[in-house]
Ligand binder design. Structure first.
Ligand code: HSE
Length: 443
């Protein structure tokens, strides 16, 4: 027997009251959601967990709702559903586990929590017969999780690829459209509230890694841990790369990619990628997110929308809440298998088998024979070039330094490992000063 609501008043405990929590609390308190439950139930926000009771907050939330004692929520037998918007791994994990152990259903927006601990959380929820809803963990207001888990259930999904991080998409769009440096675009993103004061998780692809891990696990019904998703950030990208990308007919996007091959192999990655300018993903600019899904019945589907921010994220959280209440006594099926630790490498191994075209930018001394020496090394490793270009210095360019030249090459399809071995040798060449940036071509 699933845990059912004891009365027709559904009591909610909210964990966290930052920008998202405040928006969720406000929506819960204004009573607008009750009519969406077709008159059967009434939603009551009972308590909100915060760290610091003395902090000044939104006046529309009664002070009596706040507590800094987790157990006041986690052990309250009258609270039916927990909404967790604290973010981060700890203490969210401990709170969520305790809540589920006490029979509470969960709506969460916490991607790190689900990416790292999905198996434990889903397993316990299954055992305790409570529901978990997680649409807000990926893509903010875009209903991509529920689309994969419900609407596309009949499909054999083969690929999920997307722009999963709004902060980096804003920065890359500004670098492309307004010719800004990464530093200037980041500063602007921070001033506009699109980037955090510590932007590490966004810039280094960690946020996108969590989201890719969740999407891959749900799409392929097999847990793919975040540490199985090889990830690269955008810090090495400079205005020069946009100059060359445009010449070659590409846009630059940070893509989270999850693919399953016919033999069952799964490949996942987060990679700054060259996307052909005429592809839909190339045109998704600013803080928007977009996700493409390929499946045997749907063929191809793309969802685009606001990937972050209090209102879009609340849309996902509250939609999940309403759907949870509607299906409160349904079974909670495990969304994926968890393979034993020694079988986990299947996803890791596969990425090295794959072949892509790669773009590489180098700083070299402008001397006779550089391209010849580079060509000899590439040929030795059977790496064929599609194009190579060297830019003569111009006094007005921000990305060129005196006495040096910028060299870029685009390979035909090769395995990344092969390119890395060749680049290690190229790095040793006397005139090569730096291998600045490697981008993968998204086909
Ligand atoms: N920092 C994230 C982003 C927020 O920029 O997309 C939403 O997960």
């Amino acid at each position: 027997m699933n845990k059912e609501i004891k009365t027709n008043e559904i009591q909610i405990g909210l964990l966290g009251c930052g920008v998202i929590g405040t928006q969720v609390a406000t929506e819960l308190l204004n009573g607008n959601l009750d009519c969406k439950l077709a008159g059967k139930n009434r939603i009551k926000l009972k308590k909100i967990l915060v760290n610091d009771l003395s902090k000044s907050r939104d006046n529309s939330i009664p002070e009596s709702l706040f507590t800094n004692s987790p157990d006041e929520i986690l052990l309250d037998p009258d609270i039916d559903i927990i909404i967790e918007v604290m973010g981060g791994e700890k203490p969210a994990y401990d709170y969520v586990i305790k809540a589920i152990q006490n029979g509470k259903h969960l709506v969460t927006a916490n991607k790190e929590l689900i990416a790292k601990h999905g198996p434990q959380i889903f397993g316990l929820a299954h055992e305790k017969k409570v529901q978990i809803k997680l649409d807000a963990t990926v893509g903010g207001g875009i209903p991509i999780i529920n689309t994969i888990m419900d609407s596309l259930k009949a499909n054999q999904i083969t690929e999920v690829v997307g722009i999963l991080n709004g902060t980096t998409n804003y920065i890359l769009s500004e670098m492309k459209n307004s010719k800004k440096t990464l530093e200037a675009a980041l500063k602007e993103a921070q001033d506009k509230g699109y980037a955090e004061s510590d932007p590490t998780n966004d810039l280094e692809g960690i946020d996108a890694k969590y989201k890719t891990s969740i999407l891959a696990s749900l799409a392929f019904h097999q847990y793919i841990a975040p540490d199985q998703v090889p990830s690269h950030g955008i810090k090495s990208i400079s205005p020069a790369d946009f100059h060359f990308a445009e010449e070659l007919g590409f846009s630059i996007k940070l893509l989270g990619l999850a693919k399953q091959f016919e033999d069952g192999h799964i490949s996942t990655s987060v990679y700054p990628s060259l996307v052909a300018a005429d592809q839909p993903l190339a045109r998704i600019d600013g803080v928007l997110n977009a996700v493409e899904v390929r499946g045997d019945l749907i063929r191809e589907l793309m969802l685009v929308g606001p990937g972050a921010g209090p209102k879009p994220t609340s849309s996902a959280i509250l939609g999940d809440l309403l759907s949870l209440i509607k299906n409160i006594s349904s079974d909670f099926p495990l969304p994926y298998k968890v393979l034993p630790a020694n079988a986990r490498s299947k996803a890791e191994e596969s990425s090295s088998d794959e072949k892509y075209r790669f773009y590489t930018r180098l700083r070299v001394n402008d001397k006779v024979g550089v391209i010849r020496d580079l060509g000899i090394i590439l040929a030795k490793h059977q790496i064929s070039l599609e194009s190579i270009s060297q830019k003569a210095h111009t006094p007005d360019s921000s990305w060129e330094k005196g006495g040096e030249a910028t060299l870029i090459f685009l390979t035909h399809s090769i395995g990344e490992d092969k390119l890395k071995i060749a680049l290690d040798e190229i790095k040793q060449l006397d005139p090569v000063n730096e291998i600045c940036c490697i981008l993968r071509v998204f086909e």
